[in-house]
Design a protein around this ligand. Structure first.
Ligand SMILES: N[C@@H](CCC(=O)N[C@@H](CS)C(=O)NCC(=O)O)C(=O)O
Length: 206
């Protein structure tokens, strides 16, 4: 099995963090250079038609190109430690939080960086300052709400660390590129990020 990633890219990092928590090491990791467009060449498009990473390739050549789908596949192969919930309700509950983290928190953080940081101009060819500003506002509102939620529990979906924590952390860490990280004004989010750093997933390079 092969996993295509790129340095600093948050969505591949989501899968790398998931693998780290699972302790899975039998996957060949291949690093692409996005700035040089290695993901846009025709040969790679056969694996990933939208030229996106992470791309996960099975030994028989079949591919998965959505980070959440790749994590679901790994969870099915390696159910423990569990990161997506055990029974029907838990699974749906974790999925609810994971979708919130992906769509409402990490995505705005990533769009803020993609559209607002000159380093990303080679990847986001249509950078737009208004898009950056809108997404920054959305992300900061969500950070405040998440901070209030984390006042009641250690992890995003409850007492257990789950994929929702990984998904949120990818966005939070990517926003370091725009010099943002949860500070003393978001004490619960700050405490959550510190606790994350002590875990296997927290050791995966950003
Ligand atoms: N929904 C996809 C998003 C993947 C994605 O946006 N990947 C970025 C890197 S983090 C990418 O491939 N960017 C290349 C480009 O936009 O040209 C997933 O979660 O797997």
């Amino acid at each position: 099995m092969k996993l295509y990633i790129a340095p600093y890219a948050p969505n591949p990092r989501r899968v790398m963090m998931f693998l780290a928590e699972k302790g899975v090491r039998n996957i060949e990791v291949i690093t692409l250079n996005l700035q040089e467009g290695e993901h846009r060449i025709e040969e790679f498009k056969k694996k990933s038609p939208l030229s996106q990473i992470p791309t996960f390739e099975l030994d028989d050549g079949r591919t998965l190109t959505e980070s959440r789908a790749i994590c679901s596949y790994i969870e099915a192969l390696h159910p423990e430690p569990n990161l997506m919930g055990h029974d029907a309700f838990e699974r749906a509950f974790v999925e609810m939080w994971d979708r919130r983290m992906e769509l409402l928190f990490s995505m705005p953080l990533m769009m803020w960086v993609r559209h607002g940081n000159p380093v990303l101009a080679a990847v986001e060819r249509n950078q737009n300052a208004e898009v950056a500003s809108y997404n920054q506002g959305q992300a900061m509102r969500m950070a405040k709400w998440l901070d209030s939620e984390l006042a009641t529990r250690p992890w995003i979906a409850g007492d257990q660390f789950t994929i929702a924590d990984i998904t949120a952390c990818c966005g939070v860490d990517f926003a370091k590129m725009n010099r943002w990280r949860p500070g003393d004004d978001l004490p619960n989010l700050k405490r959550w990020r510190e606790a994350f750093g002590a875990r296997a997933a927290g050791k995966v390079a950003a």
